[in-house]
Design a protein around this ligand. Structure first.
Ligand SMILES: *[C@@H]1O[C@H](CO)[C@@H](O)[C@H](O)[C@H]1NC(C)=O
Ligand SMILES: *[C@@H]1O[C@H](CO)[C@@H](O)[C@H](O)[C@H]1NC(C)=O
Ligand SMILES: *[C@@H]1O[C@H](CO)[C@@H](O)[C@H](O)[C@H]1NC(C)=O
Length: 341
């Protein structure tokens, strides 16, 4: 890398950059690149050690996505299947429009986790990539009276970033807490079918995380279970129309939204309530990722964590009301007790 940086400095010097560039070659290279724009001459060197819009940093297929979802996300066969198919087909051919996915379900059912695993599979720098934009309603868009301002901001951010690189991932979290209408700012970007003023909008991916329809998903999953059906037999088409409707009518960021009305969301993906066995898988997954030799206490640790969770319905206690949320922190606390022995 230093060899590269030195070469870069030489090239910069040849191009008449002042001698102070030698003081701190890396910073100098980086900042002159930012100021001058990435010229053809320096780009290959710069992009060796800093994230660029090229195949070293962007993955144009996600070969490990299914495996990574199946080993980390439990009880969500519909979500895993739909996400993998949607992402793969988005990359297979030249996309005809941007991909917009709506993840819907209770808290703790894996919506954030799946979004993060998608980011990890698409970028060399994983979720830390500068091409991954994570917005949360309560942090970025909390005040209803600032709706217009938020919309302008979203437009500027998307346009600015897509001008730099078309392969970006935008994640909007807690959309049920977003002021109604803010997300309408996304409509043109999801709708563009040709580049506008040279900007390619179709390669972007938008993921919306929210809880619209989670009561419906609970009832549906529970009824299916009560009538003896296998969870694996629930189909996407069983839930899609209702999830679409609930997004449109329930309180929150997509209510009355033109995104929904014009059917611009590629899929409404259900995150089903998690059963005890799925939570146990989350617990074991977390324990296994540790190096503590606690395997002899696996059952005790698991039971201790389970005891801190609430299950529903009251007389049957089948589903965790908070899914696997905070299971990871709880595991770590409990593990400490055993690791110290
Ligand atoms: C890209 O998006 C981020 C928000 O994630 C924003 O802060 C930044 O200004 C955007 N960049 C451009 C060039 O618009
Ligand atoms: C949607 O907006 C229209 C007009 O702006 C309004 O009449 C209607 O009640 C709204 N519907 C919902 C579900 O909020
Ligand atoms: C766990 O152990 C492996 C090999 O025994 C080691 O490479 C790794 O760095 C350790 N991880 C942590 C978090 O201690």
């Amino acid at each position: 890398m230093w060899l590269c940086a030195e070469t870069a400095v030489l090239l910069l010097l040849l191009h008449g950059i002042t001698i102070h560039a030698l003081v701190d070659p890396l910073t100098a290279v980086a900042s002159s690149l930012t100021v001058a724009g990435v010229s053809l001459l320096y780009k290959p060197i710069y992009c060796q050690f800093s994230e660029c819009c090229d195949s070293k940093w962007l993955h144009t297929t996600a070969p490990n996505l299914r495996h990574s979802l199946e080993t980390n996300v439990f009880g969500q066969h519909l979500a895993i299947d739909t996400v993998v198919k949607s992402i793969n087909s988005h990359f297979k051919s030249k996309p005809s429009k941007a991909l917009a996915l709506s993840f819907q379900g209770w808290t703790g059912t894996g919506k954030n986790l799946v979004a993060r695993l998608i980011a990890e599979s698409l970028y060399e720098n994983k979720a830390e990539s500068g091409f991954v934009h994570w917005f949360s309603a309560t942090r970025h868009f909390s005040r209803p009276e600032k709706k217009r301002y938020y919309q302008d901001q979203i437009r500027d951010w998307i346009e600015g970033n897509l001008t730099l690189c078309p392969n970006q991932l935008f994640i909007f979290d807690e959309i049920e807490k977003m002021p109604e209408g803010v997300l309408d700012a996304l409509k043109p970007f999801v709708d563009f079918t040709v580049p506008v003023k040279g900007v390619e909008y179709r390669k972007a991916i938008y993921i919306l995380l929210g809880n619209a329809g989670s009561k419906y998903l609970f009832d549906k999953t529970y009824q299916h279970f009560r009538s003896g059906g296998k969870r694996q037999d629930l189909r996407l088409r069983d839930t899609e129309a209702t999830l679409w409707k609930e997004s449109y009518y329930e309180q929150g960021g997509l209510r009355n939204s033109s995104l929904i009305k014009s059917h611009l969301i590629s899929a409404h993906i259900p995150f089903l309530p998690l059963e005890r066995s799925h939570v146990i898988s989350c617990i074991h997954n977390e324990i296994n990722s540790k190096n503590y030799s606690v395997s002899s206490h696996l059952t005790e640790i698991t039971n201790q964590v389970l005891a801190e969770l609430t299950f529903t319905p009251a007389n049957e206690l089948i589903y965790s009301t908070t899914g696997c949320k905070r299971v990871y922190e709880k595991v770590n606390l409990v593990i400490e007790d055993y690791a110290e022995e």
